[in-house]
Each structure stands twice: as structure tokens, then as C-alpha cells.
Design a protein around this ligand. Structure first.
Ligand code: PLP
Length: 282
């Protein structure tokens, strides 16, 4: 696999990242995952805007954001993915410097790494629906930044996996926030409900695409907080994200949601999203 690291394209096995890298020492960095359909990056501008936001909030400078799209495109080509479905993973850290809580000296170059690899979405659970569990939200208070500090997310996801579930939904004082690697939406009274965008959740790009698609499909939408106690009242629960598309959540904590099967709003949104992402035949 050909990857990009700090100005060079090279075999992944040749990449050298210092043990002094701030990403390694402090999880001091941000990342993005972008889907590519037939070689075209989906919602590229939105992903780069979110990356720019994260870099600004963490005060990581010195990144030439304008060059990243071309690097991603070259990685797709160099890895034979120009006509394939793939993901591009992109990570930027504050660079490498002897371990100190203080920022490195001004001018320390950030570490910039990108790779592209083939990707297939989880079509099985998209069709059958999946189970989720709720877990207490133990993350920090800046979940609006897509940082590489994902320990609470991985612990939650592993807990879900060990419970035979597909996703963990974070609940902060009982308020449902988002999944370990996805946004979570709810349906009640035929209204698609999204939790408000606060510092406790990521502004998911798929979530915003699903919103637009819902409007086009004349599905009513609302933004409000939802509590764990409301789970029995939801007709549907949807998990949405770059690497899952839309997965209906049919069971939460062992209890069925709605009829315990994927609902009509999930089906409508899945088909509309599919139309949007599949390039029309030329
Ligand atoms: N929330 C979290 C915590 C995530 O990690 C992700 C995706 O990785 C999402 C939401 C969904 O965001 P997007 O739709 O931009 O992939």
C-alpha cells in the first residue's frame, strides 16, 4: 500500500514516525475518514472544513489544507482505487518534540499522514438491523473536535462487541448523545429527531446529509435532546456515519425498538442515500 507521510509518498512499511510524536505521547491530533465512490471523495469540503475546525480549536498550525485533496486523489490512483469504493484516512498531529506538556517550539512541523484503502459498508446489518447498548459517556467535554483520543470510544465499542451488540450509544446523565463511531437519530411520532449539536457530540457529516435527504423525502425533522427513558417510545433508532451509512438499530439493551425490525423511515433514507452516493451511469 502506498501512503503519504510528511511530504512523501511511500510504501506503508517504510513509514517512520518518531516515538516523540505528540500523537503517540498525548493523542495530540485530529483525523478524518472520507468515503470515496468510484474515486470521488464524498462530501470532501465538509470533511476538510471539520478538519480545519479541529486544527483551529487545538491550535495546530502549519498544515497546508489545500494540498490534502490532491494527495488523497493521488493515493486513490496509486493504490488502484480510482474506480473503486474506498476510504481515505487522514491524521494530523502536533508533530514530534521531546515529551513536555507544553506545546513544541513554534515552527515544529505537524505530522501529516494519509492512506486510502478499499472499503465495503456493513450491508448485512444495514438490511437486518443491529443491536446497541447504552453506556455512560466517559469522554472529555470537547467531543465536537474529531481528535485521535478515542480511548473512551474504543472501550465503549468493545463493551458493545462483548455484549453481542453492533454499537454503543453514549448517555450523559441519561441524555442520549451519539454512538462510539456514529451519530444516532431517533424517530418518534414519525418525526426524525437529532440530538442538538453541542460540545458533547461530533457534528457528523452523514447526519447532516441524512437531514437534507429527509427534507427532500418530506420526512419531518426536529432537533432536541432525547433521554434513555424515552427508548421504549421510539418507533425507530438509526445509526449513521461515514463507515456505516445508515444502520437501523432494532434492539437497545436487549429491548426491541418499535417492532424490533428496520422501520420505514430507515428504509426510505437508506434508499435515498444510496441514490446520492452511487454515481449515475454515464
Ligand atoms: N460521532 C462519532 C463519535 C464518530 O466517531 C463519527 C464517525 O467517525 C460520527 C459521529 C459520524 O460522523 P461522520 O458522519 O462525519 O462520519
Amino acid at each position: 500500500m502506498i501512503v503519504y507521510c510528511n511530504g512523501e509518498f511511500m510504501e506503508k512499511s517504510k513509514v517512520v514516525i518518531s516515538p516523540d510524536d505528540r500523537g503517540f505521547l498525548f493523542a495530540d491530533g485530529v483525523y478524518e475518514v472520507i468515503r470515496a465512490y468510484q474515486g470521488r471523495l464524498f462530501k470532501r469540503a465538509e470533511h476538510f472544513d471539520r478538519l480545519a475546525y479541529g486544527l483551529k480549536e487545538l491550535r495546530i498550525g502549519g498544515v497546508d489544507l489545500n494540498s490534502l485533496a490532491a494527495i488523497a486523489a493521488r493515493l486513490l490512483t496509486d493504490n488502484g482505487l480510482a474506480k473503486a469504493d474506498a476510504t481515505v484516512y487522514l491524521q494530523i498531529t502536533r508533530g514530534s518534540a521531546p515529551r513536555s506538556h507544553r506545546f513544541p517550539p513554534t515552527g515544529t512541523p505537524p505530522t501529516c499522514y494519509l492512506e486510502a484503502k478499499p472499503f465495503s459498508p456493513p450491508t448485512n446489518v444495514q438490511q437486518t438491523g443491529a443491536a446497541a447498548i447504552t453506556v455512560p459517556d466517559q469522554r472529555w467535554a470537547r467531543c465536537d473536535i474529531k481528535t485521535i483520543a478515542l480511548l473512551a470510544n474504543t472501550l465503549a465499542h468493545q463493551q458493545a462487541h462483548e455484549a453481542g451488540a453492533f454499537e454503543a450509544i453514549f448517555a450523559r446523565n441519561g441524555v442520549l448523545q451519539e454512538g462510539s463511531h456514529s451519530s444516532i437519530l431517533f424517530v418518534k411520532d414519525n418525526v426524525l429527531i437529532s440530538p442538538p449539536l453541542t460540545n458533547h457530540i461530533l457534528a457528523g457529516i452523514t447526519r447532516s446529509v441524512v437531514h437534507s435527504v429527509a427534507a427532500a423525502e418530506s420526512i419531518s425533522t426536529a432537533t432536541r435532546s432525547c433521554h434513555e427513558d424515552e427508548l421504549p417510545e421510539f418507533q425507530e433508532v438509526l445509526m449513521v456515519g461515514t463507515t456505516v451509512d445508515i444502520v437501523p438499530i432494532t434492539v437497545v439493551n436487549g429491548r426491541p425498538i418499535g417492532g424490533g425490525a428496520p422501520g420505514p423511515i430507515a428504509r426510505k433514507l437508506q434508499s435515498a442515500l444510496h441514490k446520492l452516493t452511487q454515481p449515475s451511469p454515464s
